[in-house]
Design a protein around this ligand. Sequence first.
Ligand SMILES: Cc1ncc(COP(=O)(O)O)c(C=O)c1O
Length: 403
Amino acid sequence: MTSRRRFLSAAATTGLLAAGTRYEDLESRIARGDLKDTSKDDLPTPCMIVDLDIFEKNLQTMAAHCRTTGINLRGHVKVHKSPEIARRQLALGGIGVTCATVAECELMAHNGIRGVLLTRQPTSKNNIGRVIALAKHEPTFGTVVDDPLAADWLQEAAAHEGVKLRTAVDIYAGLTRHGIEPGEPALQLAKKVDTSKNLKLIGLMGYSGTASHTKTWSERKKKSLNDLSGLTETVAVARRIGLPVEIVTGGSTGTYNIDSESKTLTELQAGSFVFMDTIYRQIGGKTDPAVYSDFGPALTVMTTVISTRHPHQCTIDAGNKALLRPTDQVKGRPEIEVQNQGAEYGILAWKETDQGFKLGERVELYPSNLDMSTNVYDRYYIARGEKIVDVWPIMGRAGAAQR
Ligand SMILES: Cc1ncc(COP(=O)(O)O)c(C=O)c1O
């Protein structure tokens, strides 16, 4: 037998050929929107899988929390970059979305999402021009500023195009990345925005980004209240002197139930709760100090075992390019150690000889940092149990499209 014939007959016996044709089939099924009989086993790896039951429960938990406490949700999209997910949050009562970049704002607004807020002030000619274009396209779009100079630039650009740009003042809340000093400087900036003909002051922002991952709920509460104290005082004065404060925006997955208790914020920018990651799971919750279990782990990276030749370890097909990290965790096997090996390879290691994985076995990992991991995949495979029921693109995540 020629080696090609030998390969074909071996492949036929092991079912590999069937698997090969199914992959072609998968792409055309996705294009046709016909995923009947498609299961996780049909997918190329590494790939991202959303457990739809857990994901939907996370969205409902947050929506119910917002309804009962009276706080709004303007969920951050940087963790998922998916208009599908934004639409689902809005359908459950969300009042819009928050975005880290102008490109994310464009992606959302051009997919029909209203109430988009850019949480980083635009300061380049390119970004200011695009922000003004967005305001023209979608009047519910808004931005933040933390500097009077940026307010001047935006006023000038908005006047040139004859638009009124919704603008909130971004106040420092414990993260030395952005935010004007609370009190007089913030109030002066708010007055400047309010009196700028082409800017409409919509309120104040304070993102307490260092509180979000503070371990234990009581420590987190202490930190968050302390970080937001300047914002709280500034909001009170702004209202007293008659400045329009339609929104006070901030918050995160880690502080959602602290923010709703403290009543400074009118809306939450929480994003990670839709999927959760291993770092967030470790911060501890109000009722469960060991695991932050308010929201379930809905996102995994599925990989395939590609070699089992060495003791106490096996090799998987997810490596540095797939943003594998030692802090990732194997679903259902928390005792397994995850190690980086190379661009396209990772190692799963264990102590006992009988803890291994089989060649070709599918292994799902919980990622450590959603923002980073979702940015290197181009689609979510949506699963109910083992069945794939939908595919959602992850958009605006590479090169110029994400800037
Ligand atoms: C300004 C801002 N708001 C809200 C969030 C969302 O936080 P989380 O994903 O922790 O809920 C982030 C995330 O980094 C952020 O940068």
